[in-house]
Design a protein around this ligand. Structure first.
Ligand SMILES: CC(C)(COP(=O)(O)OP(=O)(O)OC[C@H]1O[C@@H](n2cnc3c(N)ncnc32)[C@H](O)[C@@H]1OP(=O)(O)O)[C@@H](O)C(=O)NCCC(=O)NCCS
Length: 180
């Protein structure tokens, strides 16, 4: 289906045929992606020293880097990267060893560091740095470096989270149908 997938230590990315994975991205090792998700050009995702899980209808946009932390004495399980359903990860983000719930917008260029937990229905503004081990509360906008909890999300913004995911499901269907 795509040249983008690579095995590592006997683990090969699991990707349903309903997903669009751009050929220029690279997905390595222990990665599982849910139905109707999409991975856009130049994404690097390494499930090598831990695992990566991505839910359904989630989009990982161009140039984003996904990685994990290895097990250590302090943290015997290490830190996998888990991304939920209907999540929009904007262009050139960095998500490292963190957990994201459902219906989240990660704005362009945001960095989300180890041990962070993002609850459902959250906006992370473009360029935001989310420091290690923070918990982002459901229903809020977070922006800036250092990050601040800016304000509750409006009803229109909460609705947009699902709309954004839907838009990307439609777009990836166009790409799947128009591949030469
Ligand atoms: C976060 C975002 C949605 C806020 O939109 P908004 O309606 O302009 O927000 P507000 O007008 O309520 O702004 C609230 C405050 O946060 C500030 N702010 C907004 N976005 C910010 C950002 N990304 N970083 C830092 N501060 C930001 C505003 O300047 C304002 O500051 P003030 O209270 O001092 O005046 C938007 O700026 C953003 O970052 N969107 C991400 C889009 C994206 O990357 N999509 C994925 C790719 S398709």
């Amino acid at each position: 289906m795509t040249d983008a997938l690579q095995a590592f230590k006997g683990k090969y990315p699991s990707v349903p045929s309903s997903c669009y994975i751009d050929d220029s991205s690279r997905l390595i090792g222990d990665i599982e992606i849910g139905e109707n998700s999409s991975v856009w050009p130049m994404v690097a995702a390494r499930g090598d020293v831990n695992y990566i899980r991505i839910g359904v209808r989630t989009n990982i946009q161009d140039g984003t880097v996904l990685h994990v932390s290895r097990p250590s004495d302090d943290l015997p399980e290490g830190l996998p990267l888990i991304i939920g359903d209907d999540v929009t990860v904007g262009h050139k983000c960095m998500l490292h060893g963190c957990i994201l719930g459902n219906r989240i917008l990660v704005g362009m260029g945001a960095i989300v560091m180890d041990g962070v937990v993002v609850e459902d229905d959250v906006f992370i503004g473009a360029g935001t740095l989310v420091p290690p081990n923070k918990r982002l509360e459901s229903g809020y906008l977070y922006v800036g470096n250092p990050m601040v909890k800016k304000r509750p999300l409006k009803e229109s913004e909460l609705a947009f989270l699902a709309v954004s995911a839907d838009n990307y499901v439609r777009l990836k269907n166009d790409y799947l149908n128009n591949k030469q």
